[in-house]
Design a protein around this ligand. Structure first.
Ligand code: NAD
Ligand code: ZN
Length: 363
């Protein structure tokens, strides 16, 4: 049995910043799995919690260990766990559903009424070890590289959005080329979409959008942004809008560029209410508008794993930066500035590995 203490990156107090703290190894219940974290990835949500914005102040109850994107190796299992064993390579769905509310009973567990998120509401994966309910563990094929295993949570968001409607042969607009938008571009292309347009304010991320497979990357500040998309789609607009920015202007441009009868899959989370012309953009268009939250349990995981195993997704442009846990300040700053795609933290790296990874971090 693994006991004692471990290092964890935590929100210790209700203020800006994070701290590395020594905490007890989590106690494993009968249906729990203890996983030794190989790699954990930093999400935009972690940046919000670091900065202690309004949303974090209302949601986070310090002290709590962050981290909800990860993969690792099973260290220990509770006595009732049969699906995995020590040594298995795993990731996990970090949204924990209740199993008994109306949505759970209807097979809509991703919108459970009593959803708890590991790494937000309870201790997460920016630690040497993380405790996960066995029901949420996702066993990984050894062929899936560690860096891909660490980003299945946001990749799942992208797969969920892309596959929430027709995609093969469709023209697509992805608004916002942050990590999830970038992944959505790759997924849409892998699933046979025709022209993929990307809008993004940050020029570095526009360049990444093209690397990920977008056919056209557009600066939304450019006056002709929507006109360009309409022109390239023969005047009709795109079949599918995948909204990945949460930005009001992007959302409005997205609806303007959507064809009549198209679908709008909204994943980005706006911080304020967004004015929309419902008559012009939705009703008279006969548009299908859907909210996308989390990953379908576990349909999205099955689809995502199949795409990865088939070698259909090249996500390499997203990677490059790695950091030992103690270099988290540098990693968070880089992400805050939009200078990096995904940065992986390695809570179990040896001293030699830590030094090597830290030296490789780009200035
Ligand atoms: P991100 O903030 O890194 O990406 C958003 C991107 O949108 C940025 O690159 C930004 O420059 C770009 N942008 C800003 N204004 C724009 C405009 N006018 N036009 C086009 N692009 C614009 O975030 P991310 O991690 O990629 O996540 C994307 C969004 O999804 C965020 O809003 C996040 O909160 C949300 N999210 C939702 C879910 C869910 O389950 N629904 C899960 C995770 C994240
Ligand atoms: Zn429920």
């Amino acid at each position: 049995m693994t006991t004692g203490t471990m290092n964890a990156l935590r929100k210790v107090r209700a203020a800006k910043g994070l701290e590395i703290a020594e905490v007890p190894v989590p106690a494993v219940g009968a249906r729990d799995v203890l996983v030794r974290v190989s790699a954990a990835s930093i999400c935009g949500t972690d940046l919000h919690i670091y900065g202690w914005d309004r949303w974090s102040q209302g949601r986070i109850k310090p002290p709590v260990t962050l981290g909800h994107e990860f993969c690792g190796v099973v260290e220990q299992v509770g006595e009732e766990v049969t699906a995995v064993k020590p040594g298995d390579f795993v990731s996990a769905e970090m949204h924990v559903n209740c199993g008994h509310c109306r949505q759970c009973r209807l097979g809509e567990a991703h919108i459970c009424q009593n959803l708890k998120i590991i790494g937000i509401d309870q201790d997460g994966a920016f630690a040497e070890l993380v405790k996960i309910p066995a029901s949420n563990i996702w066993k990984l094929d050894a062929a899936i590289p560690e860096r891909y295993g660490a980003i299945l949570d946001p990749l799942g968001n992208a797969v969920h959005a892309v596959l929430a409607g027709p995609i093969a042969g469709q023209t697509v607009l992805v608004t916002g080329s942050g990590p999830i938008g970038l992944m959505a571009i790759a997924v849409a292309k892998a699933c046979g979409s025709s022209t993929v347009f990307a809008t993004e304010t940050n020029p570095q991320r526009r360049a990444m959008a093209l690397q990920m497979g977008a056919d056209v990357a557009i600066d939304p500040a450019n006056e002709g942004a929507v006109a360009r998309i309409l022109r390239d789609t023969g005047g009709t607009g795109v079949d599918a809008l995948l909204e990945m920015s949460g930005n009001a202007t992007a959302i409005q441009q997205g609806f303007s560029a959507l064809r009549a009868g198209g679908r709008a899959s909204l994943l980005g989370i706006p911080t304020e209410n967004v004015p929309l012309d419902l008559v012009k953009d939705v009703i008279f268009k006969g548009a299908t508008v859907q909210g996308i939250y989390g990953r379908r349990m576990y349909e999205t995981w099955v689809q995502m794993t199949a795409l990865l195993k088939a070698g259909r997704l090249n996500l390499e442009p997203l990677f490059g930066e790695q950091a030992p846990l103690e270099k988290f300040e540098d990693a968070f700053a880089k992400l805050q500035h939009g200078w990096a795609g995904k940065i992986l933290l390695h809570p179990n790296a040896s001293i030699a590995e830590r030094t090597q990874i830290a030296n490789e971090m780009k200035e």
